[in-house]
Structures are given as C-alpha cells and as structure tokens.
Design a protein around this ligand. Sequence first.
Ligand code: TLP
Length: 352
Amino acid sequence: MSLNGWIDLRSDTITQPTEAMRRAMYEAEVGDDVYREDPTVRRLEELAAAMLGKEAGLLVTSGTQGNLAAMLAQAGRRDEVILGNRSHIHIFEQGGIAALGGIHPRPVPNQPDGTLRLEDIRAAIRPENIHFPRSRVVALENTHNLCHGSPLSVAYTQAVADLARAHNLRLHVDGARIFNAAIALGVPARALAAPADSLMFSLSKGLAAPIGSVLVGDRDFIEEARRARKVLGGGMRQAGVIAAAGIVALTQMVDRLAEDHARARRLAEALANIPGLHVDLDRVRTNIFYVELDAPYDAGAFRQALETHRVRVLALDSRTIRVVTHYHITDEDVDRAIPAFQAALQQIQTHG
Ligand code: TLP
C-alpha cells in the first residue's frame, strides 16, 4: 500500500498506523501515566521488557528522548560517553547529551559494519586524572543507521559489554531498529539486549506505530530514566492511546520486518545493475541501504528527478542517497521503483 501514490523510500519513520492500531488507540483504557495509572502504558512497558529480557520498560516520546533520558540516567555533568563518530546520538541529536546533560561525547571511529573496535574503545576509556572527564557509558547502535543498516552481533555486543564492565562503565544500545537486527541475524531480540544495561527501541519506525520508543533495563535504571524523562517534558498523561498502538506494533508487526529486508535486497540488487549507481551488496542486510552515484551525477538532482516519478529518497551528500523499505513498500512498488531509478539517472544525464 503506497502512500498517496508515492513510493516513499526516505525512511521507515513515515509509516502510518495500521487499522488494528487505530482501533486499539480508540478503545484504549487510559489513566494519568505520571501517576502510573495508565493500564495500557503499563502493559506496553511490561511487554517490551519481557520481549527484551529486562526487568522494566519506560515509554518515551521518541528515540531521541529515549537516548537522552538513558544518558542522563547513567552519566552526569563532566562525565563522558564513548560513542561512534557516525552514531545517531552523535550526529543527529543536536548534541543533546552535551547541551542538556553536560555530558562530554568521546567519539571513536565507526567501522563500515557499524562496530567500534575494542582497542579504540579501550584507548578512549579515561584513567583517573584531574584533567579528564570520567568515562561512564559506552553507546552502540544496532542496527547502525549510517553504516548501511548493519546489525551488530550478540558476540560483538557481549565483547563490548565485557570491556565496559571491566572498567566500571555501562553499556547503552541505541536499538531504534533492534528487531530488524534480530531478524537479520536470526536471533531473539532479547539475546541482543542481554549484554546491555540500557536499550532504546522504536515503535514508530519499521513497526509502524505513530509515536513512541521504549527504554528497557533494570528497575533502578528505569526509575532514574523516568525522572530524566520528566525533566525533558516527557511525562505524558493519558498516554495509553499511544501505548495501545505500541502493543499492536510489538504483537503484530515484528515478524513482517523480514519482508522489508527481502524487498531491500531485491531493490538493491536491481539498482546495483544500473550503470552509474553503486550498491555494496555485501552490506545490504536489513531495510536500509545506501546508493553511491558516479561522478558527475549529483545526489540532490537525482533525488529531484526521482520525485518526478513519485519516488522519494534521502540525499545524504552530493554522491550518496539512502533507501529504506518498510510496511508501505510492496513488491509492486519495488517493481515500479527500478525503472524510475533508471529514468531519473537518464534525466539528470540529459539535463544536468
Ligand atoms: N532516525 C531517523 C532520522 O533521525 C535520521 C531516520 O529516518 O532514520 N536512533 C536511530 C538509530 C535512528 O535512526 C533514529 C531516527 C533515532 C535514534 C531517533 O528516533 P526519533 O526520530 O524517534 O527521535
């Protein structure tokens, strides 16, 4: 079901709530969640915690708020977080951990597969010294958005957790797309979450809920995160209307993510065959992939040309576009998109 005739490959965030979600929202039993009196929010939080194998969960308004609340709960002013130089927290969250939390970011290079090398993490951990901030948290991202939607394995996540713990640091996972990672790797999401002290995942991306992410972790962490969420303005009242859609997302929309991965794969393989476009097929593992354009093609012009065919993508820089499959991208949309990419390239060749 494409949206208003558009094949919108910009992001899985554009997905709209399913009929079952809209019905559940309408029927949701609600209360004041700041008083913890919303039964639907509590049900969602318990379900999320159980699915991720953690003690407790906390509904937050967005992935950005979830990551920030997790950092505020685990690090203070003058502390440091070790994170990837291409991580969403570092690139796309307005530097919120520093701006609002006084937490210093310590970026280390993301490898092409989204990992941070263990030796780079080790080297970034601060020894006790009056000149240095104190290292408190290591943050990973799974799947890794800017690193080709790569999933990080259980073994790798465990290795980072072991290293972090040996130095008294905590491990946070930005798991906005953790269920995509689980499906791509063929492991339960709880196995990917097990090594982490805190994990955020999104309801509002591939799972198609309209709003919300959930933080999971142990009870003490969740209580701190609940305080942090409140100061960030995220203490919601009758939030059961949001949580109801989230419950549908978790019970009905997880397994189908495999279809998004298969369609991304098919589209990526077709685009890789178009002269002028490059896709690193080895890296196409989930629902996100990147396409590089040969010089002198310009990604911005290409994006515009694609829109004349009612296909939308994101241009990341002058050579790179991002393609994301999701609930509203069907097999027919993939069939229609392929000639559109071909035609758009010809258009910018002729006019550009
Ligand atoms: N990602 C969005 C944009 O912000 C780039 C997208 O279209 O992919 N962590 C990761 C890994 C994300 O990809 C995102 C959103 C977030 C956190 C933030 O989630 P929201 O948008 O709910 O604040």
